[in-house]
Design a protein around this ligand. Structure first.
Ligand code: FAD
Ligand code: 2HG
Ligand code: ZN
Length: 488
């Protein structure tokens, strides 16, 4: 992948103020030698984003151990007007988690703040620190016969603080909502170092403005999430999965409607996967297999879920949905998972979509949402608009069709020049985003704005909304030290 932003010779052309230099020394002595790294090679993994598109500078990467320490670091930074970049697993898809190039900053990485402070089984909640890795939280819930439904392909490395700061989506939004909907309480360190303690575990609390929702999805630009109270659910026991080849995108949407109605609204996952995605995964990822004998253009990974063990009734409905879909020509072929191993094999085709794109070369990503009903028309119109810019482009379309969110990504032409493709980045973005606008959609459904879409946002968000965002930012973070250059 070409890295438009990375050029070592260009980096570190800024100067620290005296106050900032003092701040760096104070923070070092505050956190002690185990609490930071400052050598370039040690900081490197924290300075480059997951895609290798953005690289920035930092004076220090700090690993705070608790909320008090975060607060003390922020107070020092606030006094010295030293920018802070909060960082979790550094899996951001929009350059949100790495500093800007050529600017002073401190990265706060949360990997050492990884305690589960409280698990309240009967209240269906757990109180967790920002640095807990998502997969660990899923496992903790499962071990206690509970379910934490946030699920995404980066779950082995992303952290809950990052998930909440980005209001992450993933594969279960249709049934459980985005990360935002899974939070009851939040603890936040504000840009002046004050601690906003809001770790209540209540499902009802109408005591004024819902402050936590300001920080959820704010991508580290308003404050630092240090802990959260998360909602839990009964653990699913009957999970019925099918990998279906569908006759068209419209057929997929019709199938979704039927599956929701006829299952008793038990659809947990409805993921669309195009043939090119399958081809890339099969090409680049070992041990993956096409579950069907023939090749088809479009696939759906469908899962129905019940909390009852061996839910025969739901399984019967599942079979009827698939049979009906086949009789009516919506489904061309389908494989049903007969075991957990087979189900995981289906998921492997879906979850390796991003990794295999990276291995294939440059791609231009569009994380868009439109109303579910508009997906078929949007798909066609946006693809035509891309082809007008780059006739040899390859469409890597997949994602969470059940909630209207598609990853409408474009891979570089198979035998083209990467730089020519990258030169078209802006035009391809415009082609897709203008189409999104026509269909009343969003240019960032789940990954956020970060650096990648900061300028693009100004063309698609109403001026009044942008102005209000700016006023909120100035009120909470007047010196703009929190993740500067991101979102707005
Ligand atoms: P980071 O990348 O470290 O940070 C993300 C943003 O949050 C940054 O702006 C950062 O400054 C801020 N931040 C981090 N921690 C804190 C904190 N404690 N307080 C305040 N701000 C903070 N995203 C989805 O929504 N759905 C998907 O299905 C999905 N799939 C992915 C698959 C792959 C393979 C990859 C690489 C990424 C995927 N993502 C997805 C994007 C990414 O994983 C999510 O945005 C995730 O929520 C980020 O978590 P993180 O811990 O890595 O955060
Ligand atoms: C997913 O759904 C992620 O797998 C990543 O959101 C999407 O690669 C992408 O664009
Ligand atoms: Zn996604």
């Amino acid at each position: 992948m070409a890295i438009p932003n990375v050029n070592a010779a260009e980096l570190q052309t800024y100067k620290l103020t005296t106050a900032q230099k003092d701040a760096v020394d104070q923070i070092k002595s505050l956190v002690g030698p185990r609490g930071y790294v400052s050598k370039t090679e040690e900081m490197e993994p924290h300075l480059v984003d997951w895609r290798g598109v953005y690289k920035g500078n930092a004076e220090l990467v700090c690993y705070p151990i608790n909320t008090r320490e975060v607060s003390d670091i922020v107070k020092i930074c606030s006094a010295a007007v030293m920018p802070i970049v909060p960082q979790g697993g550094n899996t951001s898809m929009c350059g949100g988690s790495v500093p800007l190039k050529n600017s002073a900053s401190i990265i706060l990485n949360f990997s050492r703040m990884n305690q589960i402070r409280c698990f309240d089984k009967n209240n269906y909640t757990m109180t967790v620190e920002a640095g807990c890795v998502l997969q660990k939280l899923q496992q903790t819930a499962s071990d206690a016969d509970r379910y934490f439904p946030l699920s995404l392909a980066a779950e082995g490395s992303c952290m809950i603080g990052g998930n909440l700061a980005t209001n992450a989506g993933g594969t279960n939004v249709l049934r459980y909502g985005n990360a935002r909907e899974l939070v009851l309480g939040l603890e936040v360190v504000l840009p002046d170092g004050q601690i906003l303690s809001g770790l209540n575990a209540l499902r009802k609390d109408n005591t004024g403005y819902d402050l936590k929702n300001l920080f959820l999805g704010s991508e580290g630009t308003l404050g630092i999430i240090t802990a959260a109270v998360l909602k839990l659910f009964p653990k699913p026991r009957g999970i019925y999965a099918a990998y279906c080849a569908v006759s068209s995108i419209s057929a997929a949407i019709e199938l979704l409607d039927r599956a929701r109605k006829e299952s008793g609204d038990c659809v947990e996952t409805f993921e669309l996967i195009s043939r090119l995605v399958m081809d890339l995964v099969l090409k680049h990822i070992p041990n993956c297999q096409d579950p069907l004998e023939e090749r088809y253009d479009h696939y759906v990974l469908l899962e129905l879920v019940s909390t009852a063990e061996n839910d025969q009734e739901l399984y019967n409905r599942f079979e009827r949905i698939l049979e009906g879909g086949m009789e009516d020509g919506l489904i061309l072929d389908a494989a049903l998972a007969q075991s957990e191993v087979q189900r995981q094999a289906f998921w492997s085709l879906r979850e390796n979509a991003t990794e295999s794109q990276k291995l294939e070369g440059a791609s231009i990503k569009h994380d868009i949402a439109v109303p579910v009903s508009a997906i078929p028309s949007f798909y066609e119109a946006a693809w035509q608009a891309i082809l007008e810019v780059e006739p040899k482009a390859r469409l890597i379309a997949f994602g969470h069709a059940g909630d209207g969110n598609l990853h409408f990504n474009v891979a570089e032409p198979a035998n083209g020049k990467t730089q020519d493709f990258i030169d078209n980045w802006g035009r391809i973005n415009t082609a897709v985003h203008r189409t999104v606008q026509i269909f009343g959609g969003s240019i960032s459904a789940e990954h956020g704005i970060g650096q990648l879409k900061r300028d693009e946002l100004t063309h698609y968000k109403p001026a009044v909304a942008l102005d209000l965002m700016q006023k909120i930012k100035s009120a909470i973070d007047p010196n703009s030290i929190m993740n500067p250059g991101k979102v707005i």
